[in-house]
Design a protein around this ligand. Sequence first.
Ligand code: ATP
Length: 743
Amino acid sequence: MSHPERHEQHPDHENVVSFPTRPAIGVVPETETARELERSDVERVAPEDVELVDAENSVASRPVDDLPATRGGWIDDHKALLEQVPALLPSYLRDKQEMAENAKFIVEYYARMGAYRATRSPIYLLKLTARSPRGMGRAIGVWGQWCFDTEANELRKTVANSSRTSEYMMLSRQHGARVRTRILVSLILALSVTTVGAVALAAAPAWAAMPGIVAMLALFGAAGAKADSRPIVERWTSPHIQRELTSAEVVSSLEALGIKGHIDFVNPIQTDGPGWRAEVDLPPGYLTEKVLEERAKLAGAMRRPLTTVWPESDPEAHPGRLVLWVAKKDPAKTKRRLWPLMKSGQTDLFEDIPFGFNPRGQVIPLNLMYTNLLIGGVPGSGKTSGVMVTALAGALDPTCEMWVYELKGSGDLDPVQPVCHRYVSGDDDEHCASGLDALRKLEKELKRRKKIIAGLPADQVPKGRKVYPHLAREKKLGLHPLLAVFDEAHTLFEHEDYGKEAADIAGRLVRKARAYGIILIITTQRPDAKSLPKVVSDNVSTRFCLAVTGHTANDLVLGTSMYKNGVRATMFDPKKEAGTGWLAKSSHDTQIVRAAFIEQAEAIEIGKRALALRTAAGTLTGEAAGESITTEDTTTLLDHLTTVWPSGEDTMHSVRLVEALASFRPDTYAHWVEADTPLEEMSPEQMRTHETRMATTLSNALAPFGVHTGQVTKRGGGGSRKGVKRADLEAAMNRSGAPAEAE
Ligand SMILES: Nc1ncnc2c1ncn2[C@@H]1O[C@H](COP(=O)(O)OP(=O)(O)OP(=O)(O)O)[C@@H](O)[C@H]1O
C-alpha cells in the first residue's frame, strides 16, 4: 500500500528532502535489506510456488506485520493525516496580536521609507539634472535617426554597390518620401510643443511651471544614465535578515552535531510568526536533548546568530521529535519589545499579567494568584527584569499589598517603594532581620486568613477553601492579594543567625500561603543547597530559570529531573540572552521566555502611575501611607521548638530542648538554664535537681499549648527522662493554626 501523500524526492533540487518519509500507520517501512534484495540477482519465488513442509506442525514464525489486524486501513491513515494538517489560516490571521503588529509594521515601513525618500529627493533631482544634458543629446540623436531614416542606410549602400539600379531607385524614392514626411511631422510637433510650452510658461505662475521643468529634467536625466552609472536611488540590504531555512541546512547542521542517519521531516518547513519552523524526527537512537544541549554548536553549524536558533522538544510526540524554530531577524538586533503595561493600564492579580515574550515575539502571560514564583540564574542573567515585571504588575493592582525585600542593596526595586506596605533595600544584618520579621508576620497573616476562610459558609468558597475575587473585594475580611518579594533571598537564607528560621518559614509559606492570596516571589543568584532551602525548591509552583552553569542548579530552580527531560537553562548565554529563561508553570508546562525589560526610568514612571491608582482607590497602607513598621516577634515556643528540633528525631528529652532554646534565643530562654552554682561545681544531686527544674519549666510553658511532657526513653542518649514527642508538638501547631512541618 502506498502512502496517499507520499512525494518523490526531487533530483534537481538540493534543498528538497523527500517529505514525508515516515510510513503511514500500518505500512511496513521499506528496509535497506529489502531494497538490496530487490536490486540483487537473488532468484525470487512467488509465494504460491512455495511448498510448505509439514505446515500443521511448523513452528516457523509468521510475519506479524502481514496480519490484517495490524493494518491501519484507509480511515486510520487519513485520520492520522488529518491530525497533521497544517492550520487553515496563516498565523497572522489567527493571532490578533501578530496581525496588529504586522499592520503596524507595514504602516511604519511605508511612512519611514516615504519620509526617507522625500528628504533625499533634492539630491536625486540634482543627480538627474546633472545627467539630463546627456539624456537630451541621446533623445535628439534618436529623433534625428528616425527623421532621416538612417536604419535603411546600410541596405541602400549594399544595393548601390550591387548595381541593381531599379531596386536602388525604389529604395531612394521610399527614403526621400519617408524623410520628407518625418521632417514635416517633427516640425509640426516641435512647433506645437514649443508654442504650448511657451504659452504655458508665460501664463502659469512660476511655482506651477516648476514641476513641468523638473519632470522634463528628470526624464532627460533618466535617459542619460550610462550602463555603469550608479543608481540614482540607493539601495541597501539588512545584514540582520536571515536567509530562508531549508531542509538541506537542517540536515547538514544536525549532521555536524554528530547525528548520523536519516532525518524525517514531519511537515514541510513553514513560516511560523517571524521565523521558520522545521519539525523533524531524529534518526533512531538520538534524543532531542542532544540538540538542546548543543544549541550553540547547532547555531554555529547553521552559520546563524545564537539568538535566532531555538530547538525545542515535542513532548506530545516522542523524545526524538525536534521542533526547530529559526528567527528571520536576530532579536538581539531588533527593537526591544515593550511591556504591554508600559504606558497605560492596570492589573488584576486574579487575572493573567504580561510577563515577557517567547522567541516568536508573542506575549507570555503569567497568573500569579494561587502560585509562588522562584527566579534563579547566575549573576547578570537578568533576574532583576523578571522580578521587576512581577513587582510592577503587583503595584498596578491597587488592591495588592506589596512587601518588597530587595536584599542586594542595589535599589533596583526602588521604583515600587512608593506603593509598598513594607520596603527594605540592603544586605546587612538589619535588613536580614527585617526579612525574617516579614516572614514571621506573613506566617501570622497566613494563620489569620486561614481562620477567616475556614469560618466561611461553603457557598462562599465554591471550589475549596481559598481566596476568591469576591472575598478579596470585601475589605473587612482583609483577603486582598499580598505580594511578598524576597529578591536575592540567599542573603537571608545564608545568614548565620536568621537563615535557618527564615528557610523554615519560607518553606511553610511556599507550601501553604498561595491558596490564601499570599504570593511569594523569591529570587536567587546562587541556586545551591545552602542558598536555596530544599523545602522551597521542592515545593514552589512556578519557576523561571535564567542562565545557570550546571544541572544541579538547573534542577534546583526548575525542579527534579527537568535537566534530564531536556528543560535546560544551561543552553542560555547570560550575556547575549540576559532575561531569557525557561518558565515552568508546572513540570509539563515549560516554555522559553524573555522577561520584558523595563528600564529604571520607565519603572519609576510606572511606579508613579501605581501610586496614583492607589491614592484614588484609597488602598495605600503601611509605609506607603506614612506608617512606620515595627519589628515584632510573633513566634511562639512551638515555633522555636520546631526550629531547634533535630531532624529525624521522634522524641527529645526536655533538658536537651531547654539547652537548645537557651542558645537559640538567649534573650527569651537563658534564664531557664540559670543556676546558683556553676554546672562544673554541682554535685550529682544538685545537677539532678537543676535538670528537673529545667524540664518542669518546659512542661509548664508547653501546658497552655496542650502539649504534655512524659517519660521518654532514648537508647544511648540519656536513658529514660522527661521529654516531648514530635507528634504532640505538630498536633499543637496544627491546633493553633500554625503550619507544622509534617502537615
Ligand atoms: N529581559 C531582558 N531583556 C534584555 N536585556 C536584559 C533583560 N534583563 C536583563 N538584561 C540585560 O542584562 C543586564 C544584567 O541584568 P540584571 O542586572 O537584571 O541581572 P541580574 O541577574 O539581576 O544580576 P545580579 O545577579 O548581579 O543582580 C541588564 O543590565 C540588561 O542590560
